[in-house]
Design a protein around this ligand. Structure first.
Ligand SMILES: Nc1ncnc2c1ncn2[C@@H]1O[C@H](COP(=O)(O)OP(=O)(O)OP(=O)(O)O)[C@@H](O)[C@H]1O
Ligand SMILES: [Mg+2]
Length: 286
């Protein structure tokens, strides 16, 4: 396991309730592990503990087989971190930001211009990043998080603020890196991102993990087994829905298919968002 947490607990100073109330999970090498939950559920707190931004915590956390508390510069060299806010040097260019950052590592680094280009940013722009749009700044942060060729890549809402084209390109980049062996710890409340990118997802609510499984298993376990049939009746299309988990529903479905001119048949699968709602009793928007 690349990451292993047991009873991970974190309380912000002065807060009445802990932000993380004893969570357990493990992440295997090469896996894309999604951490999903509504606003304030503790996703970023978890990332900040795992990346040692928040150094005090209770419980056991092992990274690369060693206790997180004992990790030093070698750990910094092995991880890439994209924060949820664009924490860049606003007066420097994108290239200068990456150049500055790469000096913090004592492992081989990637060429900033190549990384910028990979994220659809100009290779050598004279403008300071303070003049970039929010989406562009976030892509600079993403490029920066790859400078040290991380083995373990932390992403906190990587597609937030991106237009559909750029969001798609970022999803593709994450998949590519994962296929090349990078382990990804991905925090999001975007169920589409989670569904298409993650090998497994954890549902986090109020600092507790409710369930961990593959998106496919979660959707299958919460399936309604319903079918929707559209039939042609003269010029009109008529929709019918059938429950497939009882005999009467099955018989009605078969009769419909036999007796009508069928245009489409679909089984109705819940989305990951529907599953989240059922498992946790609440939506992802808080
Ligand atoms: N710096 C801080 N000081 C005190 N409390 C904090 C701090 N940062 C977060 N919290 C609290 O900890 C809890 C978890 O916050 P966290 O930022 O981890 O949530 P999140 O799941 O990342 O939410 P979002 O989807 O909004 O990014 C919340 O109750 C929040 O108010
Ligand atoms: Mg957050």
């Amino acid at each position: 396991m690349i990451l292993e947490a047991r009873g991970l607990t974190y309380g912000y100073p002065g807060a009445a309730d802990p932000a993380l109330a004893g969570i357990d999970f493990e992440v295997a090498e090469g896996e894309v592990f999604g951490f999903l939950g509504p606003n304030g559920s503790g996703k970023s707190t978890t990332q900040n503990v795992l990346t040692r931004v928040l150094p005090t915590y209770e419980g056991q956390v092992q990274c690369f087989g060693e206790s997180l508390a004992q990790q030093g510069q070698a750990y910094a060299n092995r991880i890439g971190v994209q924060f949820e806010f664009p924490n860049l040097y606003e007066k420097l260019t994108a290239h200068e930001n990456l150049d500055f950052y790469r000096r913090l590592f004592d492992v081989p680094t990637d060429t900033p211009a190549d990384l910028l280009e990979r994220l659809d940013l100009p290779r050598d722009d004279a403008r300071p990043v303070g003049q970039y749009s929010k989406g562009m700044k976030m892509r600079v942060v993403l490029a920066r998080s790859l400078v040290n060729r991380p083995q373990l890549w932390f992403l906190d809402e990587p597609t937030s603020g991106q237009d559909p084209e750029h969001a798609k390109a970022i999803r593709r980049l994450v998949r590519e890196r994962a296929e090349a062996g990078t382990t990804v710890f991905l925090t999001t409340h975007d169920m589409t991102v989670a569904d298409v990118l993650c090998d497994r997802v954890a549902f986090l609510v109020e600092g507790r993990i409710e369930v961990i499984d593959t998106p496919r298993n979660l959707k299958l376990a919460h399936r309604d087994a319903r079918a929707r049939v559209e039939t042609r009746e003269g010029d009109a299309l008529v929709a019918h829905e059938f429950a497939l988990d009882d005999d009467a529903g099955k018989a009605a479905f078969l009769a419909c298919v036999r007796d009508h001119d069928v245009e489409t048949i679909h089984t109705l699968e819940p989305s990951l968002e529907d599953v989240f709602l059922r498992v946790t009793g609440r939506g992802l928007d808080g």
